[in-house]
Write a protein that binds this ligand. Structure first.
Ligand code: COA
Length: 415
């Protein structure tokens, strides 16, 4: 069966996390992704956070599945010529270097477009045009500048960054969508184009409900579903919401049986209006169904703290999985707080291919996250990340380089 992106050649000039997540997705969808790395060292993440001396880190192997690796020094004349040959050969170039690095390599958009007018150039930068456009950016900077940190955490604590890599992997996802969209437009226009995904913008896109709340706050001076209401104080910016639900159905994280010893014995509980009578029945408060103080969603907003405290008395008598089983019988939306250990061992995530085991020549068998996007006509087969330069000769042969050409390139330190 053909893969969705079979025949699309990606020149993957990315490193660290944001760019590699984008090209990994494209590889999972069947594109031929040729990762270009500096000879000798490669992507810096190969050596970062190593758990086995001398072996490519999990940081690298989990972000570079299904790719081929070519080493090439773009700062030598023949390395540059090889890079230009790859630009002519490929459909898409993806990069996430610091601002100005591509231009310093002599590969501004105009030059790439001249070499290959059909080429799509996808870039991740920390910021779009403006006061910070020249800044280098890592994950947490984007979370802070994109509105995630100021709105995450508890009202009486400092800003908090999320464990979800919304700045890096989140931007990689945005860029991948931009690239396939540009590929589609190219089918009519015949032309390549630039695709830019700034990390600040991607984080803000994921935080748009908080910009919604900023405008609600400015109009009404209060946010009824936030834990600051009704007793706390609202300033002029959206406060941190603790574990309050981001939507119109109030929710909170509640302790479950065993919470004293297990830091993840918790459940997320949503008091969805449609199932309020069922919530009351489950916790033994049938009287609340017709009580004016609790009867309507509007009335309940004044009492969310005592409501969740009463529900927690019930959840603390059950494990998170027992609570899930009971609550699901009543269609009450809820979710267990799963630890990474529980996720790693989850048989259903393994069944769906979202958690997979991969064999690697130097690392051995290891666990990784597979493609979370499932295409019925283009199933993903996760293959291991390449060793540094593993495919240099193979790719150069495809470009028409001979063995003696390659020896000359090696002698010059170009590959
Ligand atoms: N051959 C020759 N030179 C190469 C090369 C190759 N194959 N690959 C990379 N280089 C060079 C680049 O040309 C650049 O040289 P220059 O500084 O002389 O122009 C140099 O390597 C370093 O690139 P840079 O991007 O500045 O790396 P860094 O490690 O200093 O910074 C980031 C890392 C992530 C902070 C930075 O790349 C960045 O801000 N990227 C955009 C935002 C982003 O994606 N951040 C998320 C990362 S997960």
């Amino acid at each position: 069966m053909d893969k969705a992106l079979a025949g699309v050649r990606i020149l993957d000039f990315t490193h660290v996390q944001s760019g590699p997540t984008c090209t990994q997705l494209l590889a999972w969808f069947g594109a031929d992704v040729i990762k270009v790395e500096r000879p000798g060292e490669g992507d810096a993440t190969r050596a970062q956070l190593r758990d086995i001396p001398g072996v490519d880190s999990l940081y690298f192997t989990m972000l570079n599945h299904n790719k081929r690796s070519v080493t090439l020094n773009a700062k030598t004349a023949s390395g540059k010529a090889l890079l230009e040959a790859l630009i002519r050969h490929c459909d898409v170039l993806v990069e996430n270097f610091a601002p100005g690095a591509m231009e310093r390599m002599g590969l501004a958009w105009e030059r790439i477009h001249e070499l290959n007018p059909r080429m799509i150039v996808g870039s991740v930068k920390g910021f779009g045009p403006g006061r910070y456009e020249d800044c280098k950016v890592y994950e947490n900077v984007a979370q802070c500048a994109g509105g995630a940190a100021s709105t995450t955490g508890f009202g009486d604590g400092p800003p908090v960054v999320s464990g979800a890599q919304i700045g890096d992997s989140g931007t990689g996802l945005h860029l991948a969508l931009g690239i396939v969209t540009a590929l589609y437009q190219r089918t009519h226009s015949g032309r390549g184009q630039k695709v830019l995904a700034p990390m600040q913008d991607a984080v803000l896109n994921l935080c748009r409900v908080k910009l919604r709340d900023q405008q609600r706050l400015e109009r009404t001076h209060t946010l009824h579903e936030y834990p600051q209401y009704p007793d706390g104080h609202f300033g002029d910016a959206v406060p941190r919401a603790g574990n309050a639900s981001g939507g119109g159905q109030p929710g909170w994280i509640l302790r479950c049986k065993g919470w004293e010893d297990d830091p993840n014995a918790y459940i997320y509980f949503i008091t969805q209006a449609a199932v309020w009578p069922a919530v009351c029945k489950v916790i033994g408060e049938e009287g609340w169904i017709e009580d004016d103080a609790y009867k309507t969603p509007q009335a309940r907003l004044l009492h969310l703290k005592p409501i969740f405290s009463r529900i927690e008395q019930w959840t603390m008598t059950k494990t998170k999985f027992e609570a899930m089983e009971i609550l699901n019988q009543y269609d009450i939306p809820c979710g267990p707080i799963l630890s990474m250990k529980e996720i790693a061992e989850d048989p259903w995530l393994r069944m769906s291919g979202t958690v997979v085991e991969v064999e690697h020549p130097t690392r051995g068998r290891h666990l990784t996250v597979g493609n979370p996007i499932k295409l019925s006509d283009s199933p993903t087969e996760v293959t291991r990340a390449p060793l540094l330069g593993e495919h240099t000769e193979e790719v150069l042969r495809e470009l028409g380089y001979t063995a003696s050409d390659m020896n000359a390139l090696r002698a010059e330190g170009a590959i």
